[in-house]
Design a binder for this molecule. Structure first.
Ligand code: G4P
Length: 528
């Protein structure tokens, strides 16, 4: 077993609010890894090229990325897998699921804005998984908020402690550079031109008597004060806390001008973990001990090739090695199958993979048998814990315009739901057969309409519903579902497995219903 290959793996996701600079940072990483020649090819809005992950017309029309992809490259002895998460506001459940396949997360924050809405949602998933979170505070070449204030923001809004690894000196027009708290050196700011890998670095010792000349008397003074304050008050870089996501190492820089990116990448790669153990129903699978192959499906992408109406199931390998054509057990299907046609994203192209290791993500051809969270393994008795169902925030009643097409409509809706692109529900005990669709981002409604028309030849009518909050009724609840005392903005629905759920228009009604019904336990995440 090639444990050396596995220990080289670093599999992480980059999360951010749209426009914070996730794409730019990813591009710079790829540039260092030599995976692309010129930064700008991941999503060059300017060059009118689209993200490597773009595949649907709707993405092209809008120039945004709806689906997530994986990029692999090597850098200084590490084999890096970046799980790209769609950055658009209307992102889907795939974004959350992608985080289930990562061993750590890089959180990009705009220094002018601080923590933004999208970051909070994604962050919650990282916290649930207790994975390390590294923070890159970006755009220091622009007017930024006070760095202490930014840290406060992260700590109070996200509820995680922070430890700055470096510290900015000024910002915007007055951005002088960053002070490295470990080497105690100042890296003077110089911007690299677009696509350039190397930035001229000028390192200055903090006690250099020419410091005032280099960064100006005022800034030298502020810096010294800041450092004194930091050394006295900030958390120590306790790697045990980092490992469980309680403390986030923070880096400041500017992705666009390529400043601070390389230091960040190098430090981050050393601090973050190699492939983590993964929980099964029986215990853990350990990539550094277990030799058998095991993987779980975290994403299903349909119709990569429209002519064939095929699907690709993306899986994260949790232990062992993958060899093209190998035979594995598909646990949920209770069947032996051959894993063929595995593809992997290599920066800007899709390649056929012959071999892959724990930590890697592979996409295999799916004839329609896989579901989200499914386990594939070469041994018996291994089944990974499923991926939670994430709360949809938008709901609509959907029906086909042409009543003769009910069958196609249902087939389409069910298949798209199986891929995990939408969730479907029905009225609870009203006898009505209407389909209620729940999505995480409203763009998914458009994707659904588009796909039903294009792939199933069905026109649909969508009536949006006012509900925004969903709660699963936990199995341990001791209430009679039919007798739940609700609020006027609450509705009972059921999922495909007939499990009851409650949806609400107002967030405060959730608490109210819990208070009114003793023994009712509501959950924010559902079981698959
Ligand atoms: P996202 O993936 O998180 O949505 O953000 P993206 O990297 O696309 O960056 C959003 C915008 O912010 C882009 O500008 C990008 O050039 C800019 N940007 C990213 N990092 C920095 C930085 O360190 N400093 C400054 N000043 N700007 C930065 P745009 O005009 O929207 O797009 P484009 O036309 O440049 O592609």
């Amino acid at each position: 077993m090639n444990f050396e290959e596995i220990s080289k793996r670093r599999t992480f996701a980059i999360i951010s609010h749209p426009d914070a600079g996730k794409t730019t940072l990813t591009e710079k990483f790829l540039l260092y890894g030599g995976a692309i020649n010129l930064a700008g090819s991941v999503k060059g809005k300017k060059t009118a090229k689209y993200a490597v992950s773009d595949w649907m017309e709707i993405e092209k029309e809008r120039g945004i990325s709806v689906t997530s992809s994986v990029m692999q490259f090597n850098y200084e002895g590490f084999c890096i897998n970046i799980l790209d998460t769609p950055g658009h506001q209307d992102f889907s459940e795939d974004t959350y699921r992608t985080l289930m396949a990562a061993d750590s997360a890089v959180m990009v924050i705009d220094a002018g804005k601080g923590v933004e809405a999208q970051t909070i949602k994604l962050f919650k998933v990282c916290v649930m998984r207790k994975i390390p979170i590294f923070t890159f505070i970006n755009k220091l070449d622009r007017e930024a908020r006070d760095p202490f204030e930014l840290l406060d923001d992260i700590e109070s809004v996200l509820g995680i402690r922070t430890c700055p690894v470096n510290w900015p000196i000024g910002s915007g027009k007055n951005f002088k550079g960053v002070y490295d708290r470990q080497t105690k050196q100042i890296n003077k700011f110089t911007a690299a031109n677009a696509g350039m890998k190397e930035v001229d670095t000028q390192l200055i010792e903090l006690d250099d008597n020419k410091l005032d000349d280099y960064i100006g008397f005022d800034y030298a003074d502020i810096l010294k004060n800041d450092i004194e304050l930091l050394d006295g008050a900030s958390d120590e870089l306790d790697m045990d806390k980092v490992a469980v996501g309680e403390l986030s190492p923070v880096f400041f820089g500017s992705a666009l001008t390529n400043f601070g990116v390389q230091t960040f990448l190098e430090r981050f790669l050393r601090m973050t973990s190699s492939p983590l153990k993964r929980k099964t129903h029986e215990g853990y699978v350990d990539p550094m001990k277990d030799e058998f192959f095991s993987a779980f499906v975290f994403k299903i992408q349909a119709n990569m090739n429209k002519a064939h109406r095929d699907r690709i199931a993306f899986m994260r390998i949790c232990s062992g090695e993958y060899d093209a054509g190998m035979e594995v057990i598909h646990v949920q299907g209770n069947k032996k199958i051959r894993l063929n046609q595995s593809t992997q994203m290599m920066a800007d192209e899709r390649k056929i993979v012959e071999k892959a290791y724990a930590g890697d993500i592979i996409g295999v051809f799916d004839p329609g048998i896989f579901g989200i969270g499914d386990t594939l393994t070469t041994v018996n008795n291994v089944e990974f814990e499923g991926i939670p169902t994430f709360a949809p925030e938008h709901f609509a009643r959907v029906r086909q315009v042409d009543t003769m097409k009910r069958k196609q409509f249902l087939k389409g809706v069910y298949q798209i739901a199986q891929e995990g692109a939408i969730q479907i529900f029905q009225e609870y005990n009203t006898g009505m057969e209407e389909i209620i669709v729940g999505v995480v981002g409203v763009l998914q409604f458009e994707v659904l309409t588009y796909r039903l028309k294009n792939e199933y030849n069905v026109d649909v009518k969508l009536d949006k519903l006012p509900y925004e909050h969903i709660r699963w009724i936990d199995e341990s609840s001791t209430v009679d579902i039919d007798k739940i005392q609700g609020t006027s903005d609450m509705k009972k629905i059921k999922d495909l497995k007939d499990r009851p759920l409650l949806i609400f228009t107002h967030p405060w009604s959730v608490r109210m219903v819990e208070e009114r019904n003793e023994g009712l336990i509501l959950s924010e995440f559902g079981k698959n």
